[in-house]
Ligand binder design. Structure first.
Ligand code: LLP
Length: 418
């Protein structure tokens, strides 16, 4: 459920006409609905009510400071995967004790930063990473709290690029080797074993992979207990899907309904790391039609947003619904909706039946709040676009459109070629 709805044929972001925002800040522009964000967060929070839990928003899905702050205000933690994300999370007011840090390639500097910040735990992905964290913690005379990311070898049944929990993936520690790794972790002086972590993939539309993976993890937790290793934090990862077209993903309450009974009688804090399901349908990308072009074989709708602004269609062949901001009765055409980037892979939609749009008209690319702006780049030297947040009748710029000068920031021309 989100708050982007048509009223009398005109698309609104909550109580504000999308057209008004586009006219004020220009296009392309990302628009986020604060009420939708809060609603999604509460759906998780309420679903897991009654069990100790921390909802660690996966910043990679959308790392805008205003978005993070809004979640922080409602009690969220953060799942970070880089020093930069840790910095953002802390700056936006997420308490360090609610921050978990995953990723296969944490650098020494990043580990030091996280230890200094006193985060809740590192989600460790390999034995050598464990050694490195122990070494740095010893150096800093602190103890590092860790969970091991366990790869339960479960097929999440999603797109291969966003599936992570199989043996062939680079993530985590194979479940069969887990006990041995935990024993090793426990033997390290500057490591405190506090948790266990799994994340099997993204855009999951079925509950069963979650349940199957969790069951394997619970067996492991019992084995660990026999070896005197106690798990206080059970991090079940993220991954709940959203509706882009016609998917019917489970809701947080469905997830909780299947997971909580399995945890009955267990004294653990449940940590979860949702990204997409919190922000995906809380954001849209508004773009303007620049030109209509009839090719020999195809119609092209050329818009001012490109693959650098929203990479998902090009990278994953992902579907995003595209609709005119102002609806009128008209015929439809089959067209490719493409951006201005000099690559054939630069498209927002392929062979899509859409209303016959006009030049200069605004289009809304739906479900763009997750992995939209956060994956954007300045490829083709296109300044990154503006981001706006709406709350009821109010709206505000939460990130300025970059300027040409921003594009050159940090660059210099060396003496020897001047
Ligand atoms: N936790 C870990 C360890 C992760 O690797 C991820 C996502 C999440 C949590 C959050 O997953 P979510 O709830 O958002 O599914 N760029 C791709 C998605 C990549 C997901 C990477 N990891 C896309 O646009 O579909």
């Amino acid at each position: 459920m989100h708050f982007f709805k048509y009223k009398k044929g005109e698309l609104y972001a909550e109580e504000v006409p999308v057209r008004e925002i586009a006219a004020k800040y220009g296009t392309p522009v990302y628009i986020y609905s604060a009420s939708t964000l809060v609603r999604h967060f509460k759906a998780y929070d309420e679903a897991f009510d009654g069990k100790h839990h921390i909802i660690c928003f996966a910043l990679k899905a959308n790392s805008n400071s205003a978005v993070i702050r809004l979640f922080a205000k409602h009690g969220a933690g953060a799942d970070v995967v880089s020093g930069g994300e840790l910095f953002r999370a802390l700056k936006a007011g997420i308490p360090a004790k609610k921050i978990v840090y995953a990723g296969v390639g944490k650098t020494a500097d990043e580990i030091r930063f996280a230890l200094k910040s006193k985060i809740l735990m590192f989600n460790v992905e390999s034995e050598n990473e464990l050694r490195e964290i122990d070494r740095i913690a010893a150096d800093m005379k602190v103890k590092a709290s860790i969970a091991l990311r366990i790869n339960p070898d479960i097929d999440p049944q999603t797109h291969p690029y966003i599936s992570t929990g199989l043996k062939k993936h680079k993530f985590g520690i194979p479940i069969d080797d887990a006990l041995e790794h935990y024993k090793f972790a426990k033997s390290l002086k500057n490591i405190a074993v506090v948790g266990i972590h799994k994340h099997i993939g993204s855009q999951l539309t079925k509950i069963s992979p979650f349940v199957d993976a969790l069951k394997r993890i619970l067996i492991l937790i019992d084995e660990l207990a026999k070896s005197g290793i106690r798990i206080d934090f059970l991090d079940i990862g993220g991954g709940l899907g959203i509706t882009y077209l016609d998917e019917h993903p489970p809701q947080p309450r469905d997830l909780a309904g299947h997971i909580l009974p399995l945890l009955e009688g267990r004294d653990v804090t449940v940590v979860m790391e949702p990204g997409r399901s919190l922000v995906g349908n809380a954001g849209i990308l508004v773009t303007k039609t620049l030109y209509l072009k009839e090719g020999e074989e195809k119609n092209f709708v050329i818009v001012d947003a490109g693959m650098n602004d929203l990479m998902r269609p090009s990278l994953y062949n992902a579907y995003h619904h595209i609709q005119p901001v102002v609806k009128t009765r008209r015929d439809t055409i089959i067209a490719d909706v493409v951006g201005p980037i000099c690559e054939s892979g630069d498209f927002l939609a392929k062979d899509r039946e859409i209303p016959k749009v006009n030049q200069g008209e605004y289009l809304a690319v739906m479900s763009a709040g997750a992995y939209g702006f956060s994956m954007s780049s300045t490829y083709n030297s296109r300044p990154r676009v503006a981001e706006v947040m709406v709350n009821g009748t109010k709206f505000a710029l939460v990130r300025k459109r970059e300027t040409y000068a921003d594009l050159l920031r940090g660059e210099s021309i060396p003496e020897f070629i001047r």
